[in-house]
Design a protein around this ligand. Structure first.
Ligand code: SF4
Ligand code: SF4
Length: 383
């Protein structure tokens, strides 16, 4: 008699269990989760099939499954599962496994949920920068008095902005290259698994713009039941990143196109500062509310270190950036500089680990949504 031989990857099951999917074995395939999910498409819905594939340890099949990313972690399936198998949490653990599989630098991916280790790497990088510059001047701002006799703190006097840019520009580009590397491999695998062949990228181009529109509106989140309150803080954090990205490039334009000096645009009357401060406030508020929501639901839904690492990192970036500015404005040069260094460490941490952290969902989920649209598999919520 012919049959399919399934070779479970036991190591994969063990890793999943350690990443928050310890309830996986409880699933008895009743399919309630797929029925209650308000997002899964009608044909071949998730997450029931992913639960059985995960129980069987089908690592490669799950990595090439766009449905793992179409899930928006609403938690409705977890709430309604009669066995307490927490399918929403299992899909979260599967997303982490996918990020690790498509990682360009595996050792960095292994630290995706280890906040302390990531912080140490960030601190080493910034310490290396300070040593390489060799002329960091901790007392420069102590003497920075303007013509009215007021202390005027300019961070560039302490650590030259151009030197920071020489470090952060390559780190940012490395993050972009890493993301493209992961997306490309993921795309090829999902196309291959769907029988479309590996290189169908160009055909999917018309699906990109409507998908980005969907992401900007967050309308899929709106249809979540259990976690519907996540939409607003998620939107705040998302738009905070966009605002801060624009602010950074705006400053680059001042510095490297118009030839301004660092500090020339640090007045609160500059619109660049308005956007930057609005972004920082949205970042703090959004990440704080996301942390609060997760803590409030910790009895029902599991949050792994992978979840917490990114949330706390984003929160600390917002707080240290805002505090450094506040100390600068009131003329407290020593705390301003100390907090500024912390802020740089957190930014370095973000740039180095973003493609291996939960932030990677921005590009993997968007890719899966483009694929779904490209193949006519509309999400229930979007339809
Ligand atoms: S995860 Fe729960 S609801 Fe889904 S099939 Fe398994 S037992 Fe049923
Ligand atoms: S967590 Fe939400 S979106 Fe994901 S499978 Fe469960 S119900 Fe569907």
């Amino acid at each position: 008699m012919n049959g399919t031989i399934i070779e479970p990857d036991l190591g994969f099951i063990k890793d999943l269990t350690a990443s928050g999917a310890e309830s996986l074995k409880k699933c008895y395939q009743c399919a309630t989760c797929s029925v209650v999910c308000r997002i899964a498409p009608e044909g071949s819905p998730f997450p029931r099939k992913e639960m059985v594939w995960a129980q069987w340890g089908l690592k490669d099949k799950l990595a090439a499954d766009p449905d793992v990313w179409l899930c928006h972690n609403c938690g409705d399936c977890t709430t309604n599962c009669p066995r307490g198998a927490k399918p929403g949490d299992v899909l979260g653990a599967l997303r982490k496994a996918t990020i690790e599989k498509y990682a360009m630098i595996r050792p960095l991916a292994a630290l995706g949920g280890n906040f302390a280790a990531q912080f140490i790497v960030g601190a080493i990088v910034i310490t290396g920068l300070l040593l390489a510059i060799g002329h960091t001047n901790v007392l420069a701002n102590y003497h920075s008095v303007d013509k009215n006799g007021h202390l005027r703190i300019i961070f560039n006097n302490f650590i030259p902005t151009h030197d920071i840019d020489k470090l952060f520009a390559p780190l940012f580009l490395l993050g972009v290259v890493t993301a493209i590397y992961g997306i490309r491999r993921f795309w090829n695998d999902i196309c291959d698994a769907a029988g479309l062949g590996k290189y169908t990228g160009r055909n999917a181009l018309p699906s990109i713009a409507p998908t980005i529109g969907q992401v900007l509106k967050h309308n899929v989140f709106a249809s979540c039941g259990e976690n519907s309150d996540r939409k607003t803080p998620h939107l705040l954090t998302f738009f905070a990143f966009i605002a801060l990205f624009i602010t950074t490039n705006w400053a680059v334009f001042y510095l490297y196109v118009l030839g301004w000096k660092p500090g020339d645009y640090s007045s609160l009357s500059n619109p660049l500062k308005w956007l930057g401060n609005a972004g920082a406030i949205m970042l703090i508020a959004g990440s704080y509310l996301l942390i609060k929501n997760r803590k409030a639901k910790s009895e029902k839904q599991t949050s792994s270190n992978f979840d917490w690492s990114l949330l706390y990192l984003v929160f600390f970036i917002g707080v240290t950036g805002t505090a450094a500015e506040a100390f600068r404005i009131v003329g407290a040069y020593a705390p301003a500089q100390a907090v500024y260094v912390m802020h740089l460490i957190f930014i370095a941490q973000l740039f180095i680990f973003a493609p291996y952290s939960k932030l990677a969902h921005m590009f993997y989920r968007t890719t899966a949504m483009v694929f779904a649209k490209h193949t006519g598999r509309e999400l229930k919520a979007a339809a």
